[in-house]
Each structure stands twice: as structure tokens, then as C-alpha cells.
Design a protein around this ligand. Structure first.
Ligand code: PEP
Ligand code: MG
Length: 825
């Protein structure tokens, strides 16, 4: 059997690791330690002589594998190797495996009689189960090794009842037992669809992620296959030699009692609010349960109600985009998709057509069926989407019944108390009136909760029935940090919460005051921190938040809020109002970016199978040259008097950029004016091809602004409106960062500046990485500006460059985030 040596700076650590390894590998393994220095109290350090001694004690003609912790442990082990006689040295293998996980895996493998190389290989893979479990990506979980060949062996299926499934100890027992026979044993996690893997590797078995209640399938081939399977079954019957405590039925989770006079709920949006109760108790909308008398008319009413709701949703989307940003507004894209969902609509239309149900009745039933399906899902987040579906259902039903859509309409400032809120309810709230939100039901991952956080309204949800007993006008105090609602709070509570409210407001005010100053890194680089806006009306708030300009004027909102194209004069007036409100600060006007998720209702476009890959952004502008020219003329007219920059969306090729620049020249010529001095013409980098050919584009574009929302969607093939792939859409993914790095490198060669105007710009974790890559302008929704400016002021460019260079080499967005966190600790 191969001998093992553990070398550590710490005697205690070496002994502890050895104890763990023996527990897994069994007491008979040959395992020795060399920990600390050779003195009575084992001071911390390493000593080559002690390592030689440990190797001698662990000596085996099969070889010795040495694992070390760090730094001088490695040097001492190397020195020890030098000190050994030649014939011994060649049988000693220094192994770079992780210390603890490696020791355990090595012990289990050594016990099986494996060679020194096999033991070392297994030790090196020791981190795989942890990585697989925690969702890292450096090691894939349980690579399947071929498939079960039932014709040449026998299989058994077992259900694992151990509380933590086949975690390290039972997995080690499984490996030991299954490997004790002349048989090739493989195992698969049938429940999770992982495997099969060899039963000789602890790492492979552990990465199957077998949890409590999972079914595994074990296949054995070879002369002792039957005996191996019998032994595995016996082991499983013994609970893999672990004591199995039956699972206690979960106690009903009682709402935690709050302090006297308070109801406890779930803290959902931080902050404190004091005020009177503003009750909102929507009257339920009853769908008459009658048969359809005139199916054709009912079908028409249904389509009209859906169209009217689509318009409402568009207005909600625009309002949220303007107030808190495009990212939060995307919630409403999902709502619009519900209105096109055939699984929802087909049964409704069929029931109406067959004369079985009226439109309201059929619609309500279909919504209920689908919402219950969402509610049956295991994932909390997905379950919460039932509320979104019901919100859309209610809006359509109100249109069908010809009644106003129920929603909170606050007559004066106060704390909104309601059973629950829909995202549409939350989108319509004015923080000057809704000082706080208290709901009886709902969870912190609901979209209403997300919107409350974005709007900065303190909120507590899940307060239960007692919240519904609160009557209109009752004095309340809401603690959004602790998740408490005080009814008729005592003077002490009021004073304490009022003090906290005042302090927080003061801190916000000072952050905003500081935000007016330029953002300079520690080494003096000034970074332009700009605002993303959708209309001139949003600019005063952006200036108030400290914006240095507008880095993205999404002009499509001007086009969407109306029934026809805005004229050149109307557009000029809007751009001029925006520029004047900016008072000399620069403004990047992006030309019309419609198509795909932003259709223009009055612009007929043939349906496209993949609209995100279709005629959107500049592609539409070049196809409809008349629209682009009108817009460019309006921009040029304002650019004569104000520092405007023009930017084209969705540029994929050099030819498109050239055509767009030619359109700018043609528009100026058409107006009979020279191009305004200093008018910069740039492009968005949001298609990977643009980033990858940035060196060809840079000579002809005055600047690049990276649209990380689309760039991430196209790079990771993850639809930005599809919540089910939302986890893939993290713009800090190294693949996206590499494209930004390529853009910055090409821009630098040609003296161009690079900005970022996607959501990543407002993400403080990204600030040092982006600056380290060479970005000098960040444009975001106004509320993010003060925080990002503060973050920029803490950046040391040298360290940021190192951080960015490291990020490019990491395997995942999660790893980049962790690396930034560590660097900023
Ligand atoms: C982007 O894609 O990152 C971007 C800013 O453009 P939009 O979100 O408007 O598509
Ligand atoms: Mg975009």
C-alpha cells in the first residue's frame, strides 16, 4: 500500500488532517505527518529533517505520496527529497493537491491498493466535489464514463436515505466496499441524471451529488460482480455505516413574534417610514360564469382586452425604465410575453369558440390553471412568478369587464397597507406618497418587492392577517431593516425610528452632494459618470443625482409613447429640451433602436422567427433611411448649439458603420449646414463582431459605448427577456470582459474613448474591472450614480489593471465577482 505524508506549518493542522484522512481511509493506511518545528510546543514552521523522518516512517516499496500545505512546506519537502538516497527518492511523489481534500482522497485511494500515480491523481481531483456542489465551473460534476452495459453485468438500484446523501464519509465507505472485489463497479445518480462513474474514485462518486432520497444505480461486471453488488446492498442497508436519523416532519414555520406592539414580517426593502396607514384592499373582480352567447363577439372582446393590456404594460415599462432603469423595466417584457403565450391563450379561445364559456370566465380559469402550475414548482423564485401571471390576468379581466384595473391610489402620504401588491401596482407608486409598504402576503423575490427596492421605498412583506386588521389612518412605523410594522408606536419607538430615518436621509443627502463633484480615481484619472435617460423629463433628476452628462439617450421612448412618427421639429424640440436641462454637459443621443423587444406599433415589420437577430437598431435605420435621416437632421440642428454626440445601436460590421456615417453627412448636407464642430459620431458595441473587429471600426468611429445588456445576450446566447436563462446573463462573465478588453485595446491604439452604457456600468462590483480594462465613461440609471462615483474614487488604477487582467483568465462570472470581493476586502 502506498504511504502518505502530510507536511504542514502547523502541527495541529497536520494531525487534524491526518485524523480526517484516517477516518475516511481506515486506521490501517500508512500515514505520517511532519507538522510545525521540532520543539516541545510545536512552533509554526517547516523542517526538511522532519519531512525525511515522516517519509521513512511511511515508507512503502509501492511509493510515498507527499502532500504539503503552502509556501515553505513545499520547499522543505523538496529539500527532504534531496536528502533521501537515490533509490528512495525516485519512489517519492510530491503532489500539488489541495491539502485537506487531497489527503482524504489520497487515503481512500491508497487503501484500495492503487499506485502512487493513481493516489496522486485522485488527490489532485479532491476539490471537484466541492466545486460541483458550490456551482463553480472549474471542474464539471461527475463526467459520465461511458454508459451502463447491462448486457455484460448486473445492476441494482438503491435509494440513499442518509441525511446528507453520499457526502464524503458514506461516499468513502461506498468506494472502499465497491472496490474490494475483482469487479468493475460503476455508479450513477439516477435521480439527477448524473454518471455513470467508476466506483473506485471518491471524487467521481462525490461529484454525482447524491442527496437524501436520490436513487442510485450500481452496475458491476467481472468475476466477482455479484459479490460486489451484494456487499454494496448490505452497505446501503447499514446506512453506509452512518447512523440515519429519520427526517423530522418540518414544524410549521410560525411568524416570529415581534417586539411589543409590532408585527414581524420579512424585511424586503431597507429603510424606515413613519406615517398613517393607507389601506388598499382591491375588490375581487368576479368573472361571470356563463356560456358564451356570441362567440365571435367574445373572441373580439378578448383580443381587444389583450391589446389594451399590452398598451398598459408598455406604459408601465416606460415609466419604470424612466424612473429606475431598463433592467427593472424588463420585468414588464415578461408580462407582455404572457399575453402571447399559446398555452395560456389556446384553451381560452377554444372554450369561447365552442360556446362553453364567456371570455371573462374562460380567461380567469386559464390564468388560474397556469398560475397554480407555477405555484407547484419547487424553486421559490419561479413560484413567485405566479404573482406576475395573476397581475397580467387581472388587467385583462378588468378590460374585459369594462372596469378600471384595481390599483392603489394614495390620496396623501402614508404607509401603504395591502394584502399583496402586483408589479403593476408597485410601478405606479410615487415615493413622495408611498412612504413605506406593508403587505400581509407576498415574498421578497416578487417583482413588486424588486420594484420597491429600486424605488427606494422601505417595505416589509409577509406580515400575515394582523396587517389586514389595520384600519385607514392608524399611526404606523415601519422598520424595513428589521422587517417590523409597529401599530400606534410608542413615543420611544417613534423617536428611535425617526432618528434612524433622519440619519439615513442625511447620509443620502451627503452622498448626493458629493456626487456633484467629478469622479477621480486615486491616481487622478477623471471618469465621466453619466446617466441613461429615455426622455428630457428625466434629466433634472439625473443632474440632481450628480451626472456628468447623458451617456445614453434612448430615443425610442419618444417614438413609442405615441401613435405616429415624431416629426423632425418635434424631435428637435425634445433633444433641445434635454440638452438645455443638461446645462452644457455632453449628451450621447442614440438613434432609434426599435425592433425585437421594442416593436414600434405603427411601423409594420414582417414577422421574424428570431427578432433579436433580425432587423433591429441600425439595421432598421438603414432599411428605413427616411426615418434615420429625419432623426439625424433633428440631432444636427441641436448639435450646433449644444455638446451632442450621435451613437448608432447594433452595429455589426464596418459597412454598416460607413453607411451610418454617410447618413450623418447626407443629413447635414440636406440641411445645408456643415457638420457641427466637435460632433462625435460613435457606435454601441453590443454585437460580438463589433468588439472583435474594433480595430477596423476604431479609425472610423469617434467613440465606442459598450452595451453590455445586448453584448451579454449575444455572447452567452441567453435571451435578455427570458427569466429562465437570467442566471447566464451576468455581464461580468470573462467572455464578455474579453470582448470589452479587445474593444479598449483597439480604441487606445486609435486614441478613441470607450464607455459602458449597459446595466454593468451601474454595478459597483464591475467598476474597478471596467476601469482596469481601459473604460473611461460609465453611463447608468440616475439612482446608481452617487454610489458608482464613490466607488470610482476608491480605485487605484494599477491594482484595477491587475484585477482586470486576472478576471480575463477566470472561468466564470461568479469567480470574477469573488475575485473583486476579495480584492476590495
Ligand atoms: C445595451 O444593450 O446594453 C444597451 C444599453 O442598450 P438597450 O438596453 O437599450 O438595448
Ligand atoms: Mg442594446
Amino acid at each position: 500500500m502506498v504511504g502518505l505524508v502530510l507536511v504542514s506549518h502547523s502541527w495541529k493542522l497536520a494531525e487534524g488532517a491526518a485524523e480526517l484522512a484516517r477516518e475516511m481511509g481506515g486506521p490501517e493506511i500508512k500515514l505520517e505527518t511532519a507538522g510545525g518545528l521540532d520543539a516541545p510546543d510545536h512552533p509554526v514552521g517547516t523542517d526538511a529533517v522532519l519531512v525525511v523522518g515522516a517519509i521513512e516512517r511511511a515508507w512503502s516499496e509501492d511509493g510515498v505520496v507527499v502532500l504539503m500545505d503552502l509556501g515553505s512546506a513545499v520547499l522543505s519537502a523538496e529539500m527532504a527529497l534531496e536528502m533521501l538516497p537515490d533509490d528512495r527518492r525516485e519512489k517519492v511523489l510530491l503532489c500539488e493537491a489541495p491539502f485537506i481534500e487531497g489527503a482524504v482522497a489520497a487515503a481512500v485511494t491508497a487503501k484500495l491498493g492503487a499506485s502512487a500515480e493513481q493516489v496522486a491523481a485522485e488527490a489532485r481531483g479532491g476539490l471537484a466535489p466541492k466545486i460541483a456542489h458550490l456551482g463553480g465551473e472549474q471542474a464539471a460534476p461527475a463526467e459520465a464514463e461511458g454508459s451502463f452495459d447491462a448486457a455484460h453485468g448486473r445492476t441494482i438500484r438503491l435509494v440513499v436515505a442518509n441525511p446528507h446523501g453520499l457526502h464524503a464519509r458514506p461516499a468513502a465507505r461506498f468506494v472502499q466496499v465497491a472496490s474490494g472485489f475483482e469487479a468493475d463497479v460503476r455508479v450513477a445518480n439516477v435521480s439527477a441524471g448524473r454518471g455513470p462513474v467508476t466506483a473506485r474514485s471518491l471524487n467521481a462518486v462525490a461529484t454525482l451529488g447524491v442527496g437524501r432520497g436520490d436513487e442510485i444505480e450500481v452496475l458491476a461486471t467481472g468475476p466477482e460482480a455479484d459479490r460486489a453488488l451484494d456487499a454494496v446492498r448490505a452497505l446501503a442497508d447499514r446506512g453506509f455505516d452512518e447512523e440515519i436519523v429519520p427526517e423530522e416532519p418540518a414544524a410549521p414555520t410560525a411568524r416570529p413574534a415581534g417586539p411589543a406592539g409590532a408585527i414581524a414580517g420579512v424585511a424586503t426593502s431597507p429603510g424606515v417610514a413613519l406615517g398613517v396607514a393607507r389601506r388598499f384592499q382591491p375588490a375581487p373582480l368576479e368573472a361571470p360564469d356563463r356560456a358564451s352567447t356570441d362567440p365571435a363577439a367574445e373572441l373580439e372582446a378578448l383580443e381587444e382586452a389583450i391589446a389594451a393590456t399590452a398598451e398598459d404594460i408598455e406604459a408601465q415599462r416606460a415609466a419604470v425604465a424612466g424612473r429606475v432603469g431598463a433592467y427593472q423595466a424588463a420585468i414588464f417584457d415578461a408580462h407582455r410575453l404572457f399575453l402571447q403565450d399559446e398555452m395560456l391563450l389556446d384553451p381560452v379561445r377554444a372554450a369561447i369558440r365552442d360556446g362553453d364559456r364567456s371570455a371573462p370566465g374562460a380567461w380567469s380559469s386559464s390564468i388560474e390553471v397556469m398560475a397554480s402550475e407555477w405555484e407547484a414548482l419547487e424553486d421559490d423564485y419561479m413560484r413567485a412568478r405566479a404573482a406576475d401571471l395573476r397581475s397580467v390576468g387581472l388587467q385583462v379581466l378588468a378590460h374585459l369587464l369594462g372596469v378600471p384595473v384595481p390599483g392603489p391610489r394614495l390620496e396623501g402620504p402614508g404607509i401603504l397597507v395591502a394584502p399583496d401588491l402586483t408589479p403593476a401596482d408597485a410601478a405606479g407608486l410615487d415615493p413622495a406618497l408611498a412612504l413605506g409598504i406593508a403587505t400581509a402576503f407576498g415574498g421578497p423575490t416578487s417583482h413588486a418587492a424588486i420594484l420597491a427596492r429600486s424605488l427606494g421605498i422601505p417595505a416589509v412583506v409577509g406580515l400575515g392577517e394582523p396587517a389586514l386588521q389595520v384600519t385607514e389612518g392608524t399611526a404606523l412605523a415601519l422598520d424595513g431593516d428589521a422587517g417590523l410594522l409597529y401599530i400606534e408606536p410608542s413615543p420611544d419607538v417613534t423617536a428611535e425610528l425617526e432618528e434612524r430615518r433622519r440619519t439615513r436621509a442625511e447620509a443620502d443627502r451627503s452622498a448626493r452632494a458629493e456626487a456633484r463633484a467629478p469622479a477621480r480615481t486615486l491616481d487622478g484619472l477623471t471618469v465621466e459618470v453619466a446617466a441613461n435617460v429615455g426622455s428630457p423629463e428625466e434629466i433634472p433628476a439625473a443632474v440632481d443625482a450628480g451626472c456628468d452628462g447623458v451617456g445614453l439617450f434612448r430615443t425610442e421612448f419618444l417614438f413609442m409613447e405615441r401613435g405616429q412618427m415624431p416629426s423632425e421639429d418635434e424631435q428637435e424640440a425634445a433633444y433641445r429640451r434635454a440638452a438645455e436641462a443638461l446645462d452644457g454637459r455632453p449628451m450621447v443621443v442614440r438613434t432609434l433602436d426599435v425592433g425585437a423587444d421594442k416593436p414600434l406599433p405603427y411601423l409594420a415589420q414582417p414577422p421574424e422567427a428570431n427578432p433579436f437577430l433580425g432587423v433591429r437598431g441600425l439595421r432598421l435605420g438603414l432599411e428605413r433611411a427616411d426615418l434615420l435621416e429625419t432623426q439625424l437632421r433633428a440631432i444636427i440642428r441641436v448639435a450646433g448649439d449644444h455638446p451632442l454626440r450621435v451613437m448608432f445601436p447594433m452595429v455589426a460590421t464596418l459597412e454598416e458603420l460607413r453607411a451610418a456615417r454617410a447618413a450623418v453627412d447626407a443629413a447635414a448636407q440636406g440641411l445645408g449646414v456643415p457638420l457641427p464642430e466637435g460632433l462625435q459620431v460613435g457606435i454601441m458595441v453590443e454585437v460580438p463582431s463589433a468588439a472583435l473587429t474594433a480595430s477596423a471600426l476604431a479609425p472610423e468611429a469617434d467613440f465606442f459605448s459598450v452595451g453590455t445588456n445586448d453584448l451579454t445576450q449575444y455572447t452567452l446566447a441567453a435571451d435578455r427577456g427570458n427569466e429562465r436563462v437570467a442566471a447566464l446573463s451576468d455581464a461580468l462573465h470573462p467572455a464578455v470582459l474579453r470582448l470589452i478588453a479587445a474593444t479598449c485595446a483597439a480604441a487606445a491604439e486609435h486614441g478613441r474613448w470607450v464607455g459602458v452604457c449597459g446595466e454593468l456600468a451601474g454595478d459597483q462590483a464591475a467598476t474597478p474591472v471596467l476601469l482596469g480594462l481601459g473604460v473611461t465613461e460609465l453611463s447608468m440609471s440616475a439612482p446608481s450614480i452617487p454610489g458608482v462615483k464613490r466607488r470610482v474614487r476608491a480605485v487605484d488604477l494599477g491594482r484595477a489593471r491587475e484585477l482586470a487582467a486576472r478576471a480575463l483568465e477566470l472561468p466564470s462570472a461568479g469567480a470574477v465577482r469573488r475575485s473583486v470581493e476579495r480584492a476590495t476586502d
